[in-house]
Design a protein around this ligand. Structure first.
Ligand SMILES: Cc1ncc(COP(=O)(O)O)c(C=O)c1O
Length: 421
């Protein structure tokens, strides 16, 4: 095989030797069209991000207007720009963390690595350089930069890259006792606990009842910071601006990306509370030596502002629960019929756990040929995370298509193929 056989584009999270991909050419609401003319329902909001749906002219116009005035300019000292300032103010206004500021970057992975660095930095500046340990959970997905890769609780994603970042360790996903014991043992070394409010790419696992509040209490007891990775749960997925509000637990740092722009431009960021602000702002001469070329990118910030307007004007956060309920009820009926094993999720993000012998990738592929985009996650499940504008009829079609795909995809006696993520 030559390089030409597989095309020039080395795809993310894909078989490196795969040659054929489904080319998406157009989107509108929860509908997509392929280059071959097929119409699809997007049951994944692309990759957990397109909360306002595809084809929003208002966002395109906002970005075009900004680009024709000032496309972007560095925000490294001494510069700033109006869309970045306005977006920061909007985000701080939405933040569940009191008195927060916001650091802007270009992706969820950058946001996660930023949060890890900020947590360690805050302790060092506060006189505790020994606090470098970051604890994450099995099944956690925290992006693919080196910090986030080191924090991942999905073993295949950690393997093969050589030594990862030291002092980032995982605890069992749902076991508060294990976390408690570990934190007590390493009490004076812990910088932060990093967790998604609902674990997403690791399989769509909501936290056990009371888990996040207990993690908060453990962090308080041991002087550690709490980081919520809200790259999926932020901006409406659980019916609130942030999952922190949904679960009534306030962290010290919140990472976000994805639905802050619904993917119309690339933005990530970190909401930063007093526990980090105070040490880094204490010395007026202290320079934060961290930042990205595109931190505060003006056109990307314009996209975010327009996206936030749509979320507010159309009251889309209110759609997450009823949409999720209808989807979960439909999936539950498949479980009751014995077609799938069980259903799990929260708000507007759900997973169908398949019966043993059903290969999630094969079912995904069958659904795709039947006109519905879903995603194989973990080893046994399919994820559903539709745009918040999806219609009831489209939700019902997703469920019906899953039922059809399951009945036409043979049960295999061999182990299911490992999904690419
Ligand atoms: C919880 C979480 N954190 C971080 C990331 C990484 O974000 P990105 O792919 O934008 O770098 C993701 C991506 O899916 C995510 O789900």
């Amino acid at each position: 095989m030559t390089a030409n056989d597989v095309g020039a584009f080395l795809h993310p999270f894909a078989k490196a030797a795969r040659a054929n991909f489904v080319s998406i050419v157009r989107g509108e609401g929860a509908r997509l069209w392929t280059a071959d003319g097929a119409e699809l329902i997007d049951a994944m909001a692309s990759l957990w991000y397109c909360n306002v749906g595809h084809g929003r002219r208002a966002i395109a116009d906002a970005v075009a207007a900004q680009m024709s005035t000032l496309e972007a300019y560095s925000c490294f000292e001494p510069f700033t720009n109006q869309p970045a300032d306005e977006l920061a103010a909007r985000l701080v206004g939405l933040s569940p963390i009191a008195n927060s500021r916001v650091f802007l970057c270009g992706s969820g992975s950058e946001a996660v690595d930023t949060s890890i660095k900020l947590a360690r930095l805050a302790h060092r500046l506060a006189g505790h350089p020994e606090r470098t340990l970051v604890i994450s959970r099995d099944r956690g997905y925290h992006g693919t930069n080196l910090g986030g890769t080191s924090a991942q609780g999905i073993p295949p994603n950690r393997e093969g890259w050589g030594p990862l970042v030291p002092d980032i360790v995982q605890v069992p996903g749902d076991d508060i006792e294990a976390l408690s014991v570990f934190m007590a043992e390493r009490a004076n070394q812990v910088a932060a606990v990093l967790t998604e409010p609902v674990q997403g790419a690791g399989g769509v696992f909501p936290p056990p009842e009371g888990y996040l509040a207990e993690v908060r209490a453990l962090c308080d007891r041991h002087g550690a910071l709490l980081i919520f990775d809200e790259v999926i749960t932020g901006f409406g997925r659980l019916g609130h601006w942030f999952g922190a509000e949904h679960y009534g637990v306030t962290p010290d740092l919140i990472t976000f990306a994805k639905a802050v722009t619904s993917g119309y431009q690339q933005i990530g960021g970190v909401l930063v509370g007093n526990a980090v602000r105070e040490p880094i702002e204490a010395d007026p001469a202290y320079i934060l030596r961290h930042g990205y070329t595109y931190s505060g990118h003006a056109s990307a910030c314009a996209a975010a502002l327009s996206n936030l307007d749509i979320l507010v004007d159309e009251d889309l956060l209110a759609n997450a629960q009823p949409m999720g309920r209808r989807l979960a009820d439909g999936l539950d009926s498949l479980a009751a019929d014995g077609a799938i094993d069980h259903v799990r999720g929260a708000g507007g993000v759900w997973a169908a756990s398949l019966l043993a012998g059903h290969d999630a990738m094969a079912v995904r592929d069958t659904m795709l040929t039947l006109g519905v985009v879903t995603r194989a996650i973990g080893t046994e499940a399919l994820a559903f995370c539709p745009p918040l504008v999806i219609t009831d009829a489209q939700i019902d079609r997703i469920v019906d298509t899953l039922a059809t795909a399951l009945s036409t995809t043979a049960l295999s006696t061999t182990a299911a193929a490992t999904p690419v993520r």
